[in-house]
Design a protein around this ligand. Structure first.
Ligand code: HDD
Length: 688
C-alpha cells in the first residue's frame, strides 16, 4: 500500500532502504562480486579468515534475533490514523488528539496473542493484545489494551506467577500457546480473582474470527484531565465496524495446522485489498465524585463498568490503512509503554496499572538492547525530542553542542522548560496512608461479575463456555485441580458448575448457591447488531461441467457486496463449464479447507455435482462447514441432494437452496453469510 502522507509516514520515509536497486555491498559499502563461495586457497582448500565478506555475512546472521516479548510474543501490526468526531470531549480532557475535530493522528497498532512464542499459531484460545501507539503532536500516547475488558489478577506483583502458570510447563516446555494444562488451572483454583477473566477466556472472545472483528479495551480506569485541572475517570473501548465475531473451537485447532498465520494474514490481506479495518473509540466517563458509588472498586481491573450503568460515549474512529514495510523493523521492534501518556490523560492507583508503569520500560531495555529504543523509526514520536539524554547503545542521533546539562549557560538555557501550560503535569492527587501490603476490602468480591457475564450469555454462548471448560480441564492431569476449579465455578453459577463437573469426572456440587440474576446484554456477542458480508470468504465448489452462470451470479452478487468468492476444485488451474466456458480455479481443495472460509456454495451442473459427490475432500468440506455453523448454499436438485448426502439438513437455518438467478436466492444467501454463524439450527451438529 502507498502511505497516506501523515507526519509519521514522512518521518518513516527517511529510513526506507530499497532492496531492489544498486550493487551488492558489504556493510562498509564495498562492492561484492560473489556471495556464494567462500575465499579459499585452491578450489578444494579450507575457507580463509581474511574473507571479510563471509565473516561479516555470517556474524550479522548470527545476531539477527532479539529476545521475543516475554508475553505477547506473537503479533501483527499496521499503521493508520485516529480521527475524533468532534470537540465535545474537551469538556473532560485537554488531549488535543481527542478533541480537535478533523485532526488525523497517525497510529501504529499491534495485535497479539499472549502465551505463545513468536512462531506459534494465531488461532489458539487466548487473550488478544490490542496495543495502539498514537503519534500525537503532543508526544506519543500508548493505549496498551486487550480484547477483553478485565484481567486475571488485581495486583501486578502477581503477573510473573500468572505468566509462569499459563506458559508451557518448565520441565518439558509443553504445551505451546495453550492454557489447557495443570499449572494454569492450579493458579486459577487457588486465585479466585481470576474467575471473571476465566469466563471471558472460556468464551468465544478468546478465538476471534479476525483481529478486524474484535473489541479492544484499555481495561484499567484511567483519568481524563481538562484544561482547568478537573479530573474524570475514564475507561477506553474499541468497537469494530465489522462486528464482534468468533471462530468455533474445533475450527481453530484445525486452522492452527492449515494456516497458523490465519489472523495475521487476514489483517494483511484486508489492508492490501483496500478493505481498511475500522474501530470506533468509545469512553465510559465517571465523575471524580462518583468514585465510590459502584458495588465494586473502580481501581480493580477484574471488574467492568456495565454499559447499562455507564453508557459508552462515541469519540472517534481508528482506521488501519497501511501494512508495515518490514516485519522485524516495525512490528517486532515496536515498543509500547503504558506510561506513555499525553497532557489530558493520567493514570490511577489501580495496582495492576501501577506495576505495568514499571514493567514496560524495563522490558524494552533488555529486548531492544539499551535506552535508545525510542529512536527506532516505529517508536519515534512525531513531536520533537529535545533533552540531555546522551550516549548509550545504538545511539542514532548526533547531538550537537558543547554541553548536555540543565541548567547551563553554555547552551543559553536550552532546551527551555515549557512554562506556557503545554507541559505534561500530573494530576495533583491527594495520597495519604501507612505503608502496608494489603488488598483493599473493596477488591474482595471475585464472583458477582463472573456471574453477570454468565447470565448475559445466549444459549449457544453458554454451550461453548461449558465445552471450553470441559476441554481445558479435561487436559488437567491432577484431579484435585479439576475439583478446585469446579468449587470456584459453583460460586459463579450452579448449572455451569454441574455441566462442567459432569464432563470431567468430578462430583457436581450438590447444593445450588445463591447467585444474582442480573445481566448485561452488551456482553453477549449474540446481541451484536452489526451484520454484513464485507470481506467474508465464500468457497464455491466446482468440477468440470459446472454451471458457469451460477458461479458468475453468486460471485457478482455477493462479491458486489464485498465478499471474497473463490472457486475451489480438485486441481488448480481451471474447470470447464457446462457450456464450454473456462472457470478459473482459485485454489485446489487439497491446499485449503472449509475452516478457512465463512460459507460454502455448490453451483448447479449435474456432471460437476456428480464429480464432487465422488470426492471425499469436497464432501468433507461441506459437512465440516455445516458442523461449524456456516452458511451453506446449493443450486438445483443435484446440488441439494449432495448437501443432504454431506449431512446438511434442508431446510435449516443458514441453509439456502434454489435458483442462483433468482434474487431471493442470492438475497437469502447474503443474509445467511451476514449472520456469521448459525448455532441454533441443529444442536446435534453444534460442537457444545
Ligand atoms: Fe502487559 C506486553 C496488555 C498487564 C507486562 N501487555 C503487553 C502487550 C499488550 C499488553 C497488548 C503487547 C504490546 C505489544 O504489542 O508490543 N498487559 C496488557 C494488559 C494488561 C497487562 C491489557 C492488564 C490490564 N503486563 C501486564 C502486567 C505486567 C505486564 C500486570 C507486569 C507487571 N506486558 C508486560 C511486559 C510486556 C507486555 C512484560 C511484554 C513485552 C512488552 O511488554 O513490550 O512488559
Amino acid at each position: 500500500m502507498t502511505s497516506e502522507g501523515t507526519a509519521k509516514d514522512q518521518q518513516l520515509a527517511n529510513f526506507r532502504v530499497k532492496a531492489d536497486e544498486g550493487n551488492l555491498t558489504t556493510d562498509q559499502g564495498i562492492r561484492v562480486d560473489d556471495t556464494d563461495n567462500t575465499l579459499r586457497p585452491g578450489e578444494r582448500g579450507p575457507s580463509l579468515l581474511q574473507d571479510f565478506h563471509f565473516r561479516e555475512k555470517i556474524t550479522h546472521f548470527d545476531h539477527e534475533r532479539i529476545p521475543e516479548r516475554v508475553v505477547h510474543a506473537r503479533g501483527a501490526g499496521a499503521y493508520g490514523y485516529f480521527e475524533p468526531y468532534d470537540g465535545s470531549l474537551s469538556e473532560f480532557t485537554k488531549a488535543r488528539f481527542l478533541t480537535t475535530p478533523g485532526l488525523r493522528t497517525p497510529v501504529f497498532v499491534r495485535f497479539s496473542t499472549v502465551a505463545g512464542s513468536r512462531g506459534s499459531a494465531d488461532t489458539v484460545r487466548d487473550v488478544r493484545g490490542f496495543a495502539t501507539k498514537f503519534y500525537t503532536d503532543e508526544g506519543n500516547f500508548d493505549l496498551v489494551g486487550n480484547n477483553m475488558p478485565v484481567f486475571f489478577i488485581q495486583d501486578g506483583i502477581k503477573f510473573p506467577d500468572f505468566v509462569h502458570a499459563v506458559k508451557p510447563e518448565p520441565h518439558n516446555e509443553i504445551p505451546q500457546a495453550a492454557s489447557a494444562h495443570d499449572t494454569l488451572w492450579d493458579f486459577v483454583q487457588l486465585q479466585p480473582e481470576t474467575m471473571h477473566m476465566m469466563m471471558w477466556l472460556m468464551s468465544d472472545r478468546a478465538i476471534p474470527r479476525s483481529y478486524r472483528m474484535m473489541q479492544g479495551f484499555g481495561v484499567h480506569t484511567f483519568r481524563f484531565v481538562d484544561a482547568g485541572g478537573r479530573s474524570t475517570f475514564v475507561k477506553f473501548h474499541w468497537k469494530p465496524k465489522l462486528g464482534i465475531h468468533s471462530l468455533v473451537w474445533d475450527e481453530t485447532q484445525k486452522i492452527a495446522g492449515k494456516d497458523p498465520d490465519y489472523n495475521r494474514r487476514d489483517l494483511w490481506e484486508a489492508i492490501e485489498g483496500g478493505d481498511f479495518p475500522e474501530w470506533e473509540l468509545g469512553v465510559q466517563l465517571v465523575p471524580e465524585e462518583d468514585e465510590h458509588k459502584f458495588d465494586f472498586d473502580l481501581l480493580d481491573s477484574t471488574k467492568i463498568i456495565p454499559e447499562e450503568e455507564v453508557p459508552l460515549r462515541p469519540v472517534g474512529r481508528l482506521v488501519l490503512d497501511r501494512n508495515p514495510d518490514n516485519f522485524f523493523a516495525e512490528t517486532e521492534q515496536a515498543a509500547f509503554h503504558i506510561a506513555n501518556v499525553v497532557p489530558g490523560i493520567d493514570v490511577t492507583n489501580d495496582p495492576l496499572l501501577q506495576a505495568r508503569l514499571f514493567s514496560y520500560l524495563d522490558t524494552q531495555l533488555i529486548r531492544l538492547g539499551g535506552p535508545n529504543f525510542h529512536q527506532i523509526p516505529v517508536n519515534r514520536p512525531v513531536a520533537p525530542i529535545a533533552n540531555h539524554h546522551r550516549d548509550g547503545y545504538h545511539q542514532m542521533f548526533i547531538h550537537q553542542g558543547e554541553a548536555a546539562q540543565h541548567p547551563s549557560t553554555v547552551l543559553g538555557g536550552c532546551p527551555a522548560l515549557a512554562t506556557d501550560g503545554s507541559a505534561y503535569t500530573f494530576y495533583p492527587q491527594q495520597v495519604d496512608g501507612r505503608t502496608i501490603r494489603k488488598r483493599a476490602e473493596s477488591f474482595g468480591d471475585h464472583y458477582s461479575q463472573a456471574t453477570l457475564f454468565w447470565n448475559s450469555m445466549s444459549v449457544w454462548e453458554k454451550k461453548h463456555i461449558v465445552a471450553a471448560f470441559r476441554f481445558e480441564l479435561g487436559k488437567v492431569t491432577r484431579s484435585h485441580i479439576r475439583e478446585g476449579v469446579v468449587r470456584n465455578l459453583a460460586h459463579v453459577d450452579h448449572h455451569l458448575a454441574v455441566a462442567v463437573a459432569e464432563g470431567i469426572g468430578v462430583a457436581p456440587p450438590e447444593r445450588a448457591e445463591e447467585t444474582h440474576k442480573r445481566s448485561s446484554p452488551a456482553l453477549s456477542q449474540a446481541t451484536d447488531p452489526v451484520r454484513g458480508v464485507a470481506t467474508r470468504k465464500i468457497a464455491i465448489l466446482a468440477a468440470d461441467g459446472v454451471d458457469a452462470s451460477d458461479v458468475m451470479l453468486v460471485t457478482e452478487s455477493l462479491g458486489g457486496r464485498g465478499a471474497v468468492c473463490e472457486v475451489l476444485a480438485a486441481r488448480d488451474g481451471a474447470v470447464q463449464g457446462a457450456g464450454g466456458e473456462r472457470v478459473e480455479v482459485a485454489k485446489a481443495l487439497t491446499t485449503t479447507g472449509s475452516v478457512l472460509y465463512d460459507a460454502v456454495y455448490v453451483p448447479g451442473g449435474d456432471k460437476s455435482v456428480a464429480t464432487l459427490g465422488e470426492d471425499g475432500d469436497a464432501l468433507h468440506f461441506i459437512t465440516e462447514a455445516y458442523k461449524h455453523g456456516k452458511a451453506v448454499a446449493g443450486s438445483g436438485a443435484a446440488a441439494q441432494a449432495l448437501l443432504e448426502r454431506a449431512g446438511v439438513a434442508v431446510p435449516a437455518e443458514g441453509v439456502v437452496t434454489g435458483d442462483a438467478a433468482a434474487s431471493e436466492f442470492t438475497d437469502a444467501f447474503t443474509e445467511a453469510v451476514a449472520s456469521h454463524r448459525h448455532f441454533n439450527r441443529d444442536s446435534e451438529h453444534v460442537p457444545a
